[in-house]
Design a binder for this molecule. Structure first.
Ligand code: 1AE
Length: 409
């Protein structure tokens, strides 16, 4: 029996016959034409023919112009494409992505297609195991404004972040190979700071160094970083394509967690009418390609995503999906301690709270920035209001953060 991958689209049109449109997609993206095909050829081509699974037209009585749409699901036979994400995406949304108001909203890949993807090597549980932290959300901080920094300054910024009690530190995604802080030297300097901080905090730490360079050098650069001591990687997945992540994550010698950065995602998911939905782009596809952690905007910070969509990304990362481990959700951008109760309320404990400006911009400094987040996490987990927690002795970092950024109810 042939497996199928099912693609679901939302197509907008005020007048179209959506059943006809669905049939056109199913045939057009597989065998090309059907009715004109000679009977003998039809028998041979049947196994390649896409099938319309469902067409649900949204057409309430009070419909306004521009609001009529249909959700169309098409099953594509697996034998039409090789088992890689580029082939899958070009089949289901190659030319179609440019053909009117149509957005790819979901993909259900077959067991057989999924079977060639190892997915996240570590995933959510694996990262918790590495860090030895199982009972609270993790805290990640982001290097900020380090272009033009030399190694001692970078190391100092790393150390200050680490002393604040963060579990992960990621490079800024715009830090590329450069003469002042080249990859291997950067890793050595930061891991030395991580060891020093561990002596003070007793806390393990993952440093996700930015894996950059031409595609042909990515694996080599990842191995160099790991040989220099890197214990995690940051990767700008969408600038390279999902297949590049798949190559890295399925390489046995790249044996550290990979954090997927969403740079460029805004060119693809936010439109109502075009592109690829956030839960598919930043959820399912990132996970299938092997991201251990996935960053994406939250409903609350400086770059926002509607809450419903945000929670759908989270579900795509953690709900059952074939044999794939769950990826760690990392809602990000403009996060400060006053948002922590909302984030934990939405995501539960299996979330990485991630901040750059919300740590480095703390009025008492970077170290206090991390401490304020840890205090906010502890208070939110106990159900204590942040303002009450901030009034307790030793909670000056949280009090100063609230003074600076407030608490979002
Ligand atoms: C959605 C990605 C967020 C990110 O990479 C980043 O650098 C955030 O920085 P802050 O927390 O907004 O300063």
């Amino acid at each position: 029996m042939i497996g199928h991958c099912i693609a679901t689209y939302r197509a907008y049109d005020d007048k179209a016959d959506f059943n006809k449109k669905a049939q056109g997609i199913a045939v057009g993206l597989t065998v090309g034409s059907w009715t004109e095909m000679p009977e003998a050829q039809k028998q041979h081509m049947e196994k390649h023919l896409g099938k319309v699974v469902s067409v649900q037209v949204h057409e309430p009585a009070d419909l306004q112009p521009g609001e009529r749409y249909a959700d169309i699901s098409i099953a594509y036979p697996d034998i039409n494409f090789s088992r890689d994400i580029p082939a899958l995406l070009v089949t289901v949304f190659g030319k179609l992505s440019m053909d009117g108001k149509i957005k790819l909203i979901d993909l259900e890949v077959s067991e057989s297609f999924a079977s060639v993807f190892p997915g996240p090597k570590y995933g959510l549980e694996g990262i918790r195991n590495i860090l030895g932290v199982h009972d609270r959300p993790l805290l990640m901080s982001i290097f900020k404004s380090v272009i033009g920094y030399d190694l001692p300054n970078l190391q100092e910024q790393f150390y200050r972040q680490a002393l604040g009690g963060v579990d992960l530190i990621k490079d800024d995604e715009i830090l590329f190979e450069n003469p002042l802080t080249p990859l291997e030297k950067r890793v050595e300097a930061c891991m030395e700071a991580a060891r020093k901080a561990e002596q003070a905090t007793g806390q393990k730490l993952l440093y996700a160094t930015n894996l950059t360079g031409p595609t042909s050098k990515l694996a080599e650069n990842a191995r160099k970083a790991i040989a220099a001591g890197a214990n995690a990687l940051l990767f700008n997945v969408l600038a390279y394509g999902f297949d590049a992540l798949h190559e890295l994550s399925s390489d046995p010698s790249i044996n550290v967690p990979i954090a997927a950065h969403p740079a460029m995602a805004g060119a693809l998911y936010p439109s109502q009418h075009y592109g690829i939905s956030a839960p598919l782009l930043l959820g399912k596809l990132m996970r299938l390609a092997g991201a251990d952690l996935v960053l994406f905007p939250s409903p609350y910070g400086s770059v926002v995503m509607p809450k419903e969509e945000n929670l759908a990304v989270q579900k795509a990362l953690i709900n059952d999906m074939h044999h794939l481990k769950a990826s760690f959700p990392v809602p990000s951008a403009g996060i400060h301690p006053g948002l922590v109760p909302l984030i934990i309320g939405d995501f539960g404990l299996d979330v990485v709270v991630n901040a750059g400006g919300g740590i480095h911009g703390h009025p008492l400094g970077t170290e206090a920035g991390g401490q304020a987040f840890r205090q906010a996490i502890t208070a939110a987990m106990k159900g204590v209001s942040l303002r009450d927690a901030a009034s307790q002795p030793g909670h000056e970092p949280l009090a100063a953060a609230i003074e600076a950024w407030g608490v979002r109810e």
